[in-house]
Design a protein around this ligand. Structure first.
Ligand SMILES: [Zn+2]
Length: 472
């Protein structure tokens, strides 16, 4: 089963955005007004530059590969993303969050959305709020388009051409394609104190809108300074302290109301424990000195790892764990991974997923997501959805008729399809289940397994399906 990651993610984003606006619980008043700086670049330039730099960065930095930690950080990140004020939202941007296996207390975000948080930063944070604080600050630089705004300013003094030139200016080094191992440090945008203050204030506003105490952002800067030593100043050299940073954030926080801010997070403690239990992480300069490359990490902005599709696949575990998405939750076998993002999540065992020519391909597992419905009639919306799947997958054929059922107590349809797997060439069975969400979007579940193994997986598919709870 093949999924066109980008096309799907974009259409979904549009339908989810309306949802996000209603999901924001808070009242804020008298907060500082922040404005964009003059910028001669198009929003799509931010996206292009960021995507190139991300692909390069992911070959230079080892990433933490632990689905629990990856998903946790991604969830906190997406929570903040949906709290970006509407005037700073860019539908073209695609935010995602990865953890770099480096001990330095540092983080960086690239234009258009990719963000990298060092393991050392998470380990230094004393709470989820502090970790979210750094992320909200970084997000704010991206949302305010500080990278290209800075390049606009720089161009008054020098001539830079094309996207490579912008990237050079933004990243403070040579054009992206020419960045060698020695230049690891140059990924960190060097911001002015004016930009820093803006990212602090917008960061505080985003924190409050996302249900965090914005004072945790101020606290995190104190934590960074205290833990200083080898790592602290690193972050502060690219994000220099404006005067009275701590006081200024707290002053803004006093104008932002948050009911019941998130304080204790068991997930944060567990993620931190897992990181503490891993072997010693290298420092950024050790990574640079080693000159090692990580060519198999995907890059290019995809949330789907390279994987090794067609590998040996274990039977589904009888133990289950819980996934909490934006508007649904479910249980899935303990030996499966979560892949993708809140718009379209795959739950699949090792050896059952990978990328073929830039597209994610799965042989076993369950895909759950939300799609814009073409009709408010479930049958018609499902027909349209299936024909869009068939467009991307030439061998997909309908088998039999629709069957009625329920998902989370709502009327649902199910239909079997046959397909030839795009990676292995083996025959597979694909079952699609659909129901409508309250906002009219189509909620879908796609289960896939090779034809000759389907019976070994159908029990797990049924369990996943019956565990789904919609809370839209
Ligand atoms: Zn900053």
């Amino acid at each position: 089963m093949k999924v066109n990651i980008y096309r799907r993610a974009q259409t979904l984003l549009v339908s989810l955005m309306a949802f996000a606006l209603f999901a924001m619980p808070l009242a804020a008043f008298a907060q500082t007004q922040i404005r964009y700086h003059s910028n001669k670049y198009k929003v799509t330039d931010d996206v292009q530059v960021g995507r190139q730099a991300a692909a390069e960065a992911e070959q230079q930095f080892p990433l933490v590969r632990d689905s629990e930690i990856e998903n946790y950080v991604e969830n906190v990140g997406q929570r903040l993303v949906s709290a970006i004020p509407p005037e700073f939202q860019h539908p073209e941007f695609r935010y995602y969050f990865k953890v770099v296996n480096a001990s330095d207390i540092n983080a960086f975000a690239l234009p258009g959305g990719p963000m990298y948080i060092n393991r050392g930063m998470i380990q230094a944070a004393r709470s989820e709020g502090e970790m979210a604080g750094v992320m909200a600050h970084e997000l704010s630089h991206v949302a305010l388009r500080h990278g290209t705004a800075q390049a606009t300013k720089a161009q008054k003094y020098s001539i830079l051409a094309g996207v490579a030139g912008i990237a050079g200016a933004i990243l403070g080094g040579p054009a992206v394609g020419q960045i060698g191992q020695a230049a690891v440090g140059t990924y960190f945008l060097k911001f002015s104190r004016e930009y820093e203050t803006e990212a602090d204030l917008l960061g505080a506003q985003i924190m409050a809108r996302a249900g965090y105490d914005p004072r945790d952002l101020a606290n995190m800067f104190q934590t960074i300074q205290q833990q200083g030593g080898s790592g602290g100043p690193e972050f502060l050299s690219s994000h220099p302290n404006p005067s009275n940073r701590y006081q200024r954030i707290n002053q803004e926080a006093a104008m932002l109301r948050v009911d019941n801010p998130i304080r204790e997070s068991a997930e944060f403690n567990r993620a931190k424990q897992r990181l503490n239990g891993m072997g010693r992480a290298p420092t950024m300069s050790e990574i640079a000195r080693s000159g090692q490359r990580y060519p198999n990490q995907g890059g290019g902005g995809s949330n789907y790892p390279e994987g090794n599709v067609g590998g040996r696949v274990a039977y589904p575990s009888s133990r289950y764990r819980t996934y909490n998405g934006g508007n649904f939750s479910l249980s899935f076998p303990n030996n499966w991974r979560e892949l993708g993002d809140n718009n379209s999540v795959w739950f699949a065992p090792e050896g059952a997923y990978g990328q073929v020519q830039g597209q994610a391909v799965f042989t076993h597992g369950v895909n759950v997501g939300v799609s814009q419905a073409q009709s408010n009639n479930l049958r018609q919306a499902t027909d349209a959805f299936i024909s869009s799947l068939a467009q991307g997958s030439g061998n997909l054929r309908q088998q039999g008729n629709y069957q009625r059922g329920t998902i989370s107590g709502r009327n649902a349809l199910a239909i079997n399809l046959s397909n030839v797997n795009e990676a292995t060439g083996r025959s597979e069975i694909v079952t699609v289940y659909t129901t409508l969400l309250r906002n009219g979007s189509l909620f879908y579940v796609i289960a896939v397994a090779p034809q000759n193994q389907y019976s070994s997986f159908s029990g797990a598919f049924r369990n996943v399906l019956s565990s789904i709870r919609l809370n839209d």
